[in-house]
Write a protein that binds this ligand. Structure first.
Ligand code: HPA
Length: 268
Protein backbone atom coordinates (compact mmCIF):
# COMPACT_ATOMS: atom_id res chain seq x y z
CA UNK A 1 0.00 0.00 0.00
CA UNK A 2 2.98 2.32 0.59
CA UNK A 3 4.42 1.54 -2.84
CA UNK A 4 3.29 3.02 -6.11
CA UNK A 5 1.39 6.19 -6.86
CA UNK A 6 -1.22 6.95 -4.16
CA UNK A 7 -3.14 9.19 -6.57
CA UNK A 8 -3.42 6.39 -9.14
CA UNK A 9 -4.73 4.09 -6.40
CA UNK A 10 -7.21 6.77 -5.33
CA UNK A 11 -8.36 7.25 -8.94
CA UNK A 12 -9.04 3.54 -9.34
CA UNK A 13 -10.90 3.40 -6.01
CA UNK A 14 -12.85 6.50 -7.08
CA UNK A 15 -14.04 4.51 -10.12
CA UNK A 16 -15.03 1.62 -7.85
CA UNK A 17 -16.98 3.95 -5.52
CA UNK A 18 -18.88 5.37 -8.51
CA UNK A 19 -19.57 1.91 -9.93
CA UNK A 20 -20.83 0.46 -6.66
CA UNK A 21 -22.52 3.47 -5.03
CA UNK A 22 -23.16 6.04 -7.78
CA UNK A 23 -22.41 9.77 -7.92
CA UNK A 24 -22.16 11.99 -4.83
CA UNK A 25 -21.49 15.65 -4.16
CA UNK A 26 -20.74 15.42 -0.43
CA UNK A 27 -18.55 12.98 1.53
CA UNK A 28 -19.00 12.56 5.27
CA UNK A 29 -16.33 10.74 7.27
CA UNK A 30 -17.69 9.35 10.52
CA UNK A 31 -15.15 9.09 13.32
CA UNK A 32 -15.36 7.22 16.60
CA UNK A 33 -18.52 8.13 18.44
CA UNK A 34 -20.23 9.15 15.17
CA UNK A 35 -20.88 5.69 13.65
CA UNK A 36 -24.56 5.67 14.59
CA UNK A 37 -25.17 9.08 13.05
CA UNK A 38 -24.88 7.82 9.46
CA UNK A 39 -28.26 6.11 9.22
CA UNK A 40 -29.94 9.07 10.95
CA UNK A 41 -28.80 11.41 8.18
CA UNK A 42 -31.27 10.15 5.57
CA UNK A 43 -32.23 7.21 3.37
CA UNK A 44 -29.46 4.68 2.82
CA UNK A 45 -29.56 3.65 -0.87
CA UNK A 46 -26.59 1.28 -1.10
CA UNK A 47 -23.50 0.34 0.81
CA UNK A 48 -20.25 -1.58 0.53
CA UNK A 49 -17.38 -2.59 2.79
CA UNK A 50 -14.70 0.12 2.88
CA UNK A 51 -12.11 -2.66 2.72
CA UNK A 52 -13.36 -3.50 -0.79
CA UNK A 53 -11.41 -0.38 -1.78
CA UNK A 54 -7.89 -1.47 -2.72
CA UNK A 55 -6.29 1.34 -0.70
CA UNK A 56 -8.24 0.80 2.55
CA UNK A 57 -6.83 -1.62 5.13
CA UNK A 58 -9.05 -3.50 7.55
CA UNK A 59 -9.91 -1.41 10.68
CA UNK A 60 -8.25 -2.38 13.97
CA UNK A 61 -9.90 -0.40 16.83
CA UNK A 62 -13.24 -1.32 18.44
CA UNK A 63 -15.93 1.23 17.53
CA UNK A 64 -14.49 2.04 14.12
CA UNK A 65 -16.81 0.61 11.48
CA UNK A 66 -15.84 0.01 7.92
CA UNK A 67 -18.77 0.76 5.60
CA UNK A 68 -19.21 3.22 2.74
CA UNK A 69 -22.87 4.13 2.21
CA UNK A 70 -24.77 6.16 -0.33
CA UNK A 71 -27.26 8.25 1.66
CA UNK A 72 -29.91 10.65 0.39
CA UNK A 73 -29.64 13.55 2.82
CA UNK A 74 -32.58 15.85 2.03
CA UNK A 75 -32.02 15.33 -1.71
CA UNK A 76 -28.22 15.63 -1.54
CA UNK A 77 -26.39 12.46 -2.62
CA UNK A 78 -23.97 11.91 0.23
CA UNK A 79 -21.20 9.34 0.49
CA UNK A 80 -20.93 8.34 4.14
CA UNK A 81 -17.60 6.76 5.06
CA UNK A 82 -17.91 5.06 8.44
CA UNK A 83 -14.41 4.13 9.49
CA UNK A 84 -11.01 5.64 8.86
CA UNK A 85 -7.35 4.70 9.02
CA UNK A 86 -5.05 6.41 11.53
CA UNK A 87 -1.34 7.10 11.77
CA UNK A 88 -1.31 5.46 15.20
CA UNK A 89 -2.28 2.15 13.59
CA UNK A 90 1.01 2.33 11.73
CA UNK A 91 -0.44 3.49 8.42
CA UNK A 92 1.40 5.99 6.23
CA UNK A 93 -0.23 9.40 5.51
CA UNK A 94 -1.22 8.28 2.00
CA UNK A 95 -3.32 5.45 3.50
CA UNK A 96 -4.82 7.75 6.14
CA UNK A 97 -6.11 10.15 3.46
CA UNK A 98 -6.92 7.50 0.84
CA UNK A 99 -10.70 7.28 1.34
CA UNK A 100 -11.06 11.07 1.30
CA UNK A 101 -8.92 11.40 -1.83
CA UNK A 102 -10.96 8.66 -3.53
CA UNK A 103 -14.22 10.40 -2.57
CA UNK A 104 -13.06 13.75 -3.96
CA UNK A 105 -11.75 12.15 -7.16
CA UNK A 106 -15.14 10.39 -7.45
CA UNK A 107 -16.81 13.80 -7.60
CA UNK A 108 -17.43 14.93 -4.01
CA UNK A 109 -16.93 18.70 -3.85
CA UNK A 110 -17.51 18.95 -0.11
CA UNK A 111 -15.88 16.83 2.60
CA UNK A 112 -17.26 16.77 6.16
CA UNK A 113 -14.85 15.28 8.68
CA UNK A 114 -16.10 14.19 12.09
CA UNK A 115 -14.15 12.90 15.05
CA UNK A 116 -14.07 12.31 18.78
CA UNK A 117 -11.88 14.71 20.69
CA UNK A 118 -10.78 15.67 24.16
CA UNK A 119 -11.73 19.20 25.25
CA UNK A 120 -9.09 21.53 26.61
CA UNK A 121 -11.78 23.93 27.78
CA UNK A 122 -13.56 22.98 31.01
CA UNK A 123 -16.54 25.10 29.83
CA UNK A 124 -16.93 22.87 26.73
CA UNK A 125 -18.03 19.56 28.20
CA UNK A 126 -18.68 15.97 27.15
CA UNK A 127 -21.34 15.61 24.44
CA UNK A 128 -20.75 19.04 22.90
CA UNK A 129 -20.22 19.15 19.13
CA UNK A 130 -17.45 21.68 18.41
CA UNK A 131 -17.08 23.02 14.86
CA UNK A 132 -13.41 23.08 13.83
CA UNK A 133 -12.36 26.64 13.01
CA UNK A 134 -8.69 25.80 12.39
CA UNK A 135 -6.14 23.15 13.25
CA UNK A 136 -2.63 22.52 14.54
CA UNK A 137 -1.11 19.63 12.62
CA UNK A 138 1.19 18.17 15.27
CA UNK A 139 1.24 14.66 13.82
CA UNK A 140 4.69 15.15 12.32
CA UNK A 141 3.20 13.96 9.03
CA UNK A 142 1.72 15.63 5.97
CA UNK A 143 0.00 13.95 3.01
CA UNK A 144 1.64 16.49 0.69
CA UNK A 145 5.12 15.13 1.38
CA UNK A 146 6.46 13.08 -1.48
CA UNK A 147 6.84 13.53 -5.20
CA UNK A 148 5.17 16.57 -6.78
CA UNK A 149 1.45 15.70 -6.63
CA UNK A 150 -0.83 15.97 -9.65
CA UNK A 151 -2.72 19.22 -9.82
CA UNK A 152 -2.65 22.69 -11.34
CA UNK A 153 0.47 24.87 -11.06
CA UNK A 154 0.64 26.37 -7.59
CA UNK A 155 -1.00 23.40 -5.90
CA UNK A 156 2.32 22.02 -4.58
CA UNK A 157 2.05 23.96 -1.31
CA UNK A 158 -1.68 24.10 -0.79
CA UNK A 159 -2.86 27.30 0.96
CA UNK A 160 -4.46 26.45 4.29
CA UNK A 161 -5.47 29.99 5.26
CA UNK A 162 -9.18 29.15 5.00
CA UNK A 163 -8.96 25.37 5.33
CA UNK A 164 -12.21 24.99 7.28
CA UNK A 165 -14.78 26.72 5.09
CA UNK A 166 -16.15 29.85 6.82
CA UNK A 167 -19.33 29.37 4.78
CA UNK A 168 -19.94 25.83 6.02
CA UNK A 169 -19.03 26.76 9.59
CA UNK A 170 -21.72 29.39 9.42
CA UNK A 171 -24.18 26.78 8.10
CA UNK A 172 -23.70 24.73 11.28
CA UNK A 173 -25.90 27.31 12.99
CA UNK A 174 -25.61 30.49 15.05
CA UNK A 175 -25.37 28.66 18.36
CA UNK A 176 -22.40 26.53 17.34
CA UNK A 177 -19.31 26.29 19.50
CA UNK A 178 -16.06 26.63 17.53
CA UNK A 179 -12.52 25.66 18.39
CA UNK A 180 -9.00 24.91 17.21
CA UNK A 181 -8.27 21.17 16.85
CA UNK A 182 -4.80 19.87 17.65
CA UNK A 183 -4.16 16.69 15.65
CA UNK A 184 -1.54 14.43 17.27
CA UNK A 185 0.09 11.22 16.14
CA UNK A 186 -1.63 9.36 18.98
CA UNK A 187 -1.03 5.86 20.14
CA UNK A 188 -1.69 7.02 23.68
CA UNK A 189 -3.72 9.83 25.20
CA UNK A 190 -1.71 12.87 26.34
CA UNK A 191 -0.03 13.72 29.61
CA UNK A 192 -1.35 16.68 31.63
CA UNK A 193 1.86 18.58 30.75
CA UNK A 194 1.24 17.99 27.04
CA UNK A 195 -2.32 19.27 27.45
CA UNK A 196 -1.03 22.45 29.16
CA UNK A 197 1.40 22.87 26.25
CA UNK A 198 -1.40 22.46 23.70
CA UNK A 199 -3.52 25.01 25.54
CA UNK A 200 -0.63 27.48 25.40
CA UNK A 201 -0.37 26.81 21.66
CA UNK A 202 -4.00 27.80 21.19
CA UNK A 203 -5.74 24.42 20.99
CA UNK A 204 -9.30 23.88 22.23
CA UNK A 205 -9.57 20.22 21.18
CA UNK A 206 -7.18 17.32 20.91
CA UNK A 207 -7.46 14.19 18.80
CA UNK A 208 -5.67 11.72 16.56
CA UNK A 209 -7.26 12.21 13.15
CA UNK A 210 -8.77 14.70 10.67
CA UNK A 211 -5.87 17.09 10.01
CA UNK A 212 -4.27 15.05 7.22
CA UNK A 213 -7.61 14.36 5.55
CA UNK A 214 -8.52 18.05 5.67
CA UNK A 215 -5.24 18.99 3.95
CA UNK A 216 -5.63 16.27 1.28
CA UNK A 217 -9.26 17.23 0.56
CA UNK A 218 -8.44 20.92 0.21
CA UNK A 219 -5.47 20.12 -2.05
CA UNK A 220 -7.82 18.34 -4.47
CA UNK A 221 -10.17 21.33 -4.42
CA UNK A 222 -12.91 20.23 -2.03
CA UNK A 223 -14.58 22.55 0.48
CA UNK A 224 -13.85 21.21 3.97
CA UNK A 225 -15.96 21.11 7.11
CA UNK A 226 -14.84 19.56 10.40
CA UNK A 227 -16.60 18.86 13.66
CA UNK A 228 -15.49 17.19 16.88
CA UNK A 229 -17.68 15.51 19.43
CA UNK A 230 -16.22 16.14 22.87
CA UNK A 231 -16.04 12.70 24.45
CA UNK A 232 -13.90 13.61 27.46
CA UNK A 233 -12.08 16.46 29.12
CA UNK A 234 -8.40 16.26 28.18
CA UNK A 235 -5.82 14.74 30.53
CA UNK A 236 -5.37 16.62 33.77
CA UNK A 237 -8.72 18.41 33.45
CA UNK A 238 -10.77 15.46 34.72
CA UNK A 239 -10.22 12.12 36.41
CA UNK A 240 -9.30 9.57 33.71
CA UNK A 241 -9.89 8.85 30.05
CA UNK A 242 -11.51 5.59 29.10
CA UNK A 243 -12.15 4.40 25.51
CA UNK A 244 -15.56 3.03 26.62
CA UNK A 245 -16.63 6.49 27.82
CA UNK A 246 -15.49 7.99 24.53
CA UNK A 247 -17.88 5.64 22.69
CA UNK A 248 -20.74 6.19 25.19
CA UNK A 249 -20.59 9.99 24.81
CA UNK A 250 -21.08 9.50 21.08
CA UNK A 251 -24.10 7.28 21.54
CA UNK A 252 -25.79 9.87 23.77
CA UNK A 253 -25.43 12.79 21.34
CA UNK A 254 -26.55 11.12 18.05
CA UNK A 255 -29.65 13.22 17.21
CA UNK A 256 -27.92 16.52 17.82
CA UNK A 257 -24.99 15.47 15.69
CA UNK A 258 -27.20 14.29 12.82
CA UNK A 259 -29.08 17.64 12.87
CA UNK A 260 -25.84 19.58 12.67
CA UNK A 261 -24.52 17.49 9.76
CA UNK A 262 -27.81 17.76 7.87
CA UNK A 263 -27.60 21.58 8.07
CA UNK A 264 -24.07 21.53 6.69
CA UNK A 265 -24.90 19.04 3.91
CA UNK A 266 -27.88 21.22 2.89
CA UNK A 267 -25.52 24.18 2.47
CA UNK A 268 -22.91 22.20 0.49
N1 HPA B 1 -6.90 12.88 23.33
C1 HPA B 1 -6.65 12.46 22.08
N2 HPA B 1 -7.57 11.92 21.30
C2 HPA B 1 -8.81 11.81 21.78
C3 HPA B 1 -9.14 12.24 23.07
C4 HPA B 1 -8.13 12.80 23.89
O1 HPA B 1 -8.34 13.21 25.05
N3 HPA B 1 -10.47 11.97 23.24
C5 HPA B 1 -10.92 11.40 22.09
N4 HPA B 1 -9.92 11.31 21.20
Amino acid sequence: MTNGDPYALARSDADLLRDRLGEHTVAVVLGSGWAGVGAGLGDVRADMAMSDLAGVPAPTVAGHGGTASSVDVGGVRTLVLAGRSHLYEGHPPSTVVHAVRSAVLAGCTTVCLTNAAGSLRPDVGVGTPVVIADHLNLTGANPMCGPEPPGPPGSRFTDLTRLYSPRLREAAGPDRVEGVYAGLLGGSYETPAEIRMLRTLGADLVGMSTVLEAIAAQHLGAEVFGVSLVTNLAAGLAAEIDHGEVLAAGAAAQDRLADLLRRVVAAA
